[in-house]
Design a protein around this ligand. Structure first.
Ligand code: ADP
Length: 183
């Protein structure tokens, strides 16, 4: 059974991510969760070290899963850890279109590495790190979205940020809906 790399930003880890890691752990001899060190196009709420630590605690019940951080191309990271497979989760058609283009490119760069996608479970299909951050930032209940230690980390981070979390949580889809069009 090959080694699998499960790459992502994981800012922060939530139950949708943990579900994919758990299912990959059952399919592969070893799974390496690889956390992007500096995502080029994303503002992150948690540092790389924090994201790694939150993930390590979240998957500590899975003995064949380890967590690392990385820079540069995902296929280079896969080669470096000896992974023959990259695992990604799929929620929507938009996820599929994005993964398709990345997979085509990766095939050119590293034809020996295959992509395997796992379809989200329906209970997590709505869940993304940005939705999680938005609900947490607005004081909503996130107990069904992420484990207690991540809930606590989010609570502390938003407390530190005070009233100005908007740089780290740019989207605002869950508030002020009734006000739209009334002004
Ligand atoms: P990205 O790697 O695109 O920055 P994330 O760090 O949020 O995004 O996600 C890492 C991986 O986990 C991606 O493959 C993503 O599709 C997958 N994923 C995210 N949320 C879910 C979910 N709710 N269910 C299944 N897979 C998910």
């Amino acid at each position: 059974m090959p080694i699998a790399l499960y790459p992502g930003t994981f800012d922060p880890v939530h139950y949708g991510h943990i579900d994919i890691a758990t299912r990959a752990a059952a399919l592969f001899q070893r799974v390496v969760v690889a956390i992007y060190d500096s995502p080029a196009n994303k503002r992150v709420l948690f540092s790389t070290e924090e994201r790694v630590e939150l993930m390590r605690r979240a998957i500590s019940h899975l003995p064949n899963v380890t967590v690392i951080s990385y820079n540069g191309l995902t296929v280079h990271c896969a080669r470096a850890v000896g992974a023959a497979v990259v695992v990604r989760g799929l929620r929507t058609l938009a996820d599929y279109e994005f993964e398709f283009q990345v997979a085509m490119t990766n095939q050119k760069l590293a034809p020996e590495i295959d992509l395997i996608t796992l379809i989200t479970r329906s209970e997590y299909a709505y869940l993304s790190a940005s939705i999680l951050k938005e609900v947490a930032g607005l004081g909503g209940d996130i107990s069904q979205m992420t484990p207690p230690h991540v809930q606590e980390a989010l609570r502390r981070r938003f407390q530190e940020l005070g009233e100005t979390p908007s740089r780290q949580v740019p989207k605002a889809r869950l508030r002020d809906q009734r006000a739209i069009g009334r002004e």
